[in-house]
Design a protein. Structure first.
Lengths: 139, 139
DNA sequence: CTCTCTGCAAAGCATTTGCACATTG
DNA sequence: CAATGTGCAAATGCTTTGCAGAGAG
């Protein structure tokens, strides 16, 4: 395999911090548990013309970079938060209101459990997410 | 307001344990973290002709009765489990495989926190769900 | 005979994707 | 220019719903 081929093959993309992405990040830092739709509205404040597709694509990237945490619910839209100040949530099963829970006792415990199970890069969102031993080995 | 009117107004429905519902429950007791689609397949084993709509409607009822727990993920289909033997999950962020976590230390802690915050009917799925003080008061 | 349930098919939403063009390095 | 990002609109996929008929109490 020559150099040229290798180059064409599979380099990971180098992400750019575009103004749209910065705006999404800013919106997330200000607001709390925002939906994609809400983020769109806020971003459009300074930047009309941004599309929902871009919001979703951006959230994806930020999520994979560990900068943003996502909370999915059945039926309704997912919510996103800046991963900076980690905390958990109480979700009312009736009015669906989200309340923040500060302090990470739960997170620490959950992290310990996930670690024991061989996971790494753990992200405690209450569904314990991470990388499993297999996937960690395979790369 | 006379008796007739009251009767017509808002009695909660009395659910029946139909064969379809029993079948869904059975499927859930055997399998682990099943999607609605998978449940449909299994139920159709003994009972061809059952529809996906019925599966969802049944899952809804079972969920509200506390017999079934739901786990939602962004994008992909939600998973359901019999609420009987409570446990949590590890979700691999790459291969998306779900692994069970036995033991409910996390759950107990989370429950305590939710209780302190005034929630009741708590269901720890890792997103702490319950009824908030307002909703509990209002009815 | 009334209430509840079901299948079917048609909506409804949230999210993803294809494409042509804009932008960045 | 080569790589990456964007808007737009169409497509996808999961879930919900309306309706008319079936079944249970």
């Amino acid at each position: 395999m020559d150099v040229k081929t290798a180059r064409t093959e599979s380099l990971p993309p180098r992400y750019r911090l575009t103004k749209q992405r910065a705006a999404v990040l800013r919106a997330l830092e200000k607001g709390q548990h925002l939906s994609a739709e809400t983020i769109l509205e806020r971003v459009r404040g300074d930047m009309p013309g941004v599309s929902l597709g871009t919001i979703y694509r951006t959230l994806d990237i930020l999520r994979m970079s560990g900068l943003v945490q996502m909370f999915a619910f059945g039926g309704s839209a997912a919510r996103y938060e800046a991963a900076a100040d980690k905390h958990h949530h109480l979700l009312c099963s009736i009015c669906r209101e989200l309340t923040d829970v500060r302090g990470d006792v739960v997170g620490e415990l959950a992290t310990a459990i996930a670690t024991d199970a061989g996971y790494s890069d753990i992200d405690v969102a209450l569904t314990i997410t991470g990388r499993c031993t297999d996937c960690a080995t395979r790369r």
